[in-house]
Ligand binder design. Structure first.
Ligand code: ZN
Length: 276
C-alpha cells in the first residue's frame, strides 16, 4: 500500500494536511478515504486515533494506517488504549469488541518477529498529542487527551455528565493557541472560542475559514460517523481553511463482517448504514 501523500511536493508557507480519525477497524471506509486523499494533493497526513475498536478488521486497518501515515503522525485514541490496557468505562458492546480486538492484534511472547509484533509495538508507542505547525492535535480534548467529549450540547449549556459545560469549554480553550483538531465524538463541526457556539457541517457547508478566533475542530469519523450522514468523513487543513470531505464506501460489506463475527454486536453494523 503506497502512501496517499504526494511525494516530492515543494514545501510552501502553507502546507495542506489531511486529518483522519476514528477508523474503528472499518477497512472499506479507510480504503475509500485513503483513495480520496490521493486525489487531494496533500503534503502530509495525520491520524487522530481510534484505528481499532468496534470494527471487524482491526489488524489490517493498523497495517494500512502504518503504511499510509508517516511514523510519528498518528496519536492514540481511547479504543487503541483500551486494547493495550483495559476497556474501563466502556459499554458492553464496546468492551466486548475491545477484548476481541486485543486477541486479534496482540503479539504474544512467541511472536518476536513479523507484522503482528511490529503493529503491536506501534500501537503501544502512539503519543497522546502532537503539535503540527499552528495546530494542536488530540483524540478527545486538550485537557483530557483520551477521554473527554466536546459536544454540541456543551455549547447550548447542557451537560449530561453533571459537569459545568462552560467551564469544560473554558478550560479546554485555555490550552488552545489557535486551532485544535479532535475526533472522538464522531460528529464533525467547529466550536468557536469567543462565543462557544457550535457550527455543524450543514451550517458551514463543509468549509471553515479560519479567522482570529480560537477554534476546536472535529474532523469527524472515517469508520463510524454519528452525525446522521453514513459517508466516511475526514478534513483537510491548509492554514487558512478547513474543508471536510464526505466519502461513499461499501458500508454493507463492513456490516456483513460484523454480523459474521460473534464477538461484535450486530448493532455496530446497523449503525453504519444510518450514520448514528
Ligand atoms: Zn472513536
Amino acid at each position: 500500500m503506497e502512501s496517499p501523500v504526494a511525494s516530492g511536493t515543494m514545501s510552501s508557507v502553507m502546507r495542506r494536511i489531511a486529518l483522519i480519525s476514528d477508523i474503528h477497524g472499518n477497512l472499506a471506509a479507510l480504503q475509500a478515504v485513503l483513495e480520496d486523499i490521493t486525489s487531494q494533493a496533500v503534503d502530509d497526513l495525520y491520524c487522530l486515533g481510534d484505528v481499532v475498536g468496534y470494527g471487524p478488521e482491526p489488524a489490517i486497518c493498523m497495517a494500512r494506517v502504518m503504511a499510509a501515515v508517516a511514523s510519528g503522525h498518528t496519536i492514540m485514541g481511547n479504543h487503541d488504549n483500551a486494547v493495550i490496557h483495559e476497556p474501563i468505562g466502556f459499554n458492553r458492546s464496546a468492551r466486548q469488541a475491545a477484548l476481541w480486538t486485543r486477541q486479534e492484534v496482540r503479539a504474544g511472547p512467541l511472536r518476536l518477529f513479523g507484522g503482528k509484533r511490529r503493529r503491536w509495538n506501534w500501537l503501544r508507542s502512539l503519543p497522546s498529542t502532537l503539535t503540527v505547525d499552528d495546530a494542536l492535535l488530540v483524540h478527545a480534548s486538550p485537557r483530557h487527551h483520551l477521554e473527554e467529549y466536546i459536544l454540541e450540547e456543551h455549547t447550548h449549556g447542557i451537560s449530561f455528565t453533571g459537569e459545568d459545560p462552560n467551564l469544560l469549554l473554558e478550560e479546554n480553550f485555555a490550552l488552545v493557541e489557535k486551532i485544535c483538531f479532535i475526533g472522538h465524538t464522531h460528529r464533525p463541526g467547529v466550536v468557536t472560542g469567543d462565543d462557544y457556539a457550535w457550527h455543524s457541517l450543514a451550517d458551514c457547508d463543509l468549509e471553515w475559514a479560519v479567522d482570529e478566533r480560537k477554534v476546536i475542530v472535529n474532523v469527524g469519523s472515517v469508520g463510524q460517523p454519528r452525525d446522521g450522514d453514513p459517508r466516511a468523513c475526514y478534513a483537510i487543513y491548509d492554514g487558512q481553511r478547513v474543508v471536510w470531505r464526505r466519502v461513499e464506501y461499501d458500508a454493507e460489506r463492513t456490516r456483513q463482517l460484523i454480523y459474521a463475527n460473534p464477538h461484535l454486536d450486530n448493532r455496530l453494523g446497523d449503525r453504519l448504514l444510518e450514520g448514528r
